[in-house]
Design a protein around this ligand. Sequence first.
Ligand code: C2E
Ligand code: MG
Ligand code: MG
Ligand code: MG
Length: 289
Amino acid sequence: AAKEAGKNCYVHFRPEMLAALLERTQLTAGLRRAVELGQIMVHYQPVISSDRLDVVQFEALARWEWDGELIPPDDFIETAERSGLIREIGAEVLRRSCTELAPWLAEDPFRSVAVNVSGVQLQHRDFAERVLDIAAWSGVDPHQLVLEVTESVFFDAHSHVIGQLETLREAGIRVALDDFGTGYSSLGRLQDLPVDVVKVDKSFVSMLHTGTEKLPILTSMIHMAHSLGLKVTAEGIETPAQARYLMDHGCDALQGFLFSRPEPAAARERAVRNSVAAIAALEGVPLPG
Ligand code: C2E
Ligand code: MG
Ligand code: MG
Ligand code: MG
């Protein structure tokens, strides 16, 4: 009977499973080659301070340049995590961000660069050390570095995950909780997490249509974060009404296609100009200075 069952295992391995496996294997091989050939690129999206009405941060977003096309992270990050390649990709994104933005960061200590970090990277015990090494190597002040993590890195997190984030924070690096509001942990847990900033997920921002509606969830998220001493960034802002509402309700920083899409480093100045123009065009925004 056991032999029969064994045979059945082969029968149950359907052709589409093989296809999926092959596809993943090929994706992993292609990704490995891309990492070796330096084909993982970084695009940067501006983040605007509500106080300064100016770009104070760029978020680094990975792209895979393949055959003249740019493959978005949603198509390869999961494969990178599964294969462990995320470690090299994460390090490369950080190196590139620090190198490409070093001149911009050096102009103003208030400026920062934010890099997304996967939970798989945090599982490695030398993660904090590697991050601090790259900062030192590139000459970027750790106070100008933000690491974005999602709530999932804290699920059944080994104590060394928390420990590493604490080490990094002691060195001046800030931690942002990305996609805030989409996770499953209770909001009350927020006060126990080693984070400095919450990034309100774009699904909440997209609930804003007219800018005059009442959105108690959104406003209480902002208030709660503030009462815990955290800063709040809203992501996915696409309309002036959304930007206006979020500024009026105390959001510290704003990010979204309304200001600029993610762009290569070479387009940085244009991205800043467009962002500043978009914020100046908002009705009722006082002029800076
Ligand atoms: P995320 O960190 O939450 O980044 C925000 C995503 O929303 C980006 O997509 C950005 O291009 C997009 N976005 C920004 N503004 C708007 C807007 O106004 N409207 C809409 N509809 N979308 C907007 P992207 O670049 O495709 O990245 C997707 C996700 O991939 C990121 O979400 C992040 O979780 C992950 N990712 C990107 N780069 C890296 C990386 O270097 N390492 C890791 N581990 N993950 C990364
Ligand atoms: Mg992010
Ligand atoms: Mg996000
Ligand atoms: Mg995300």
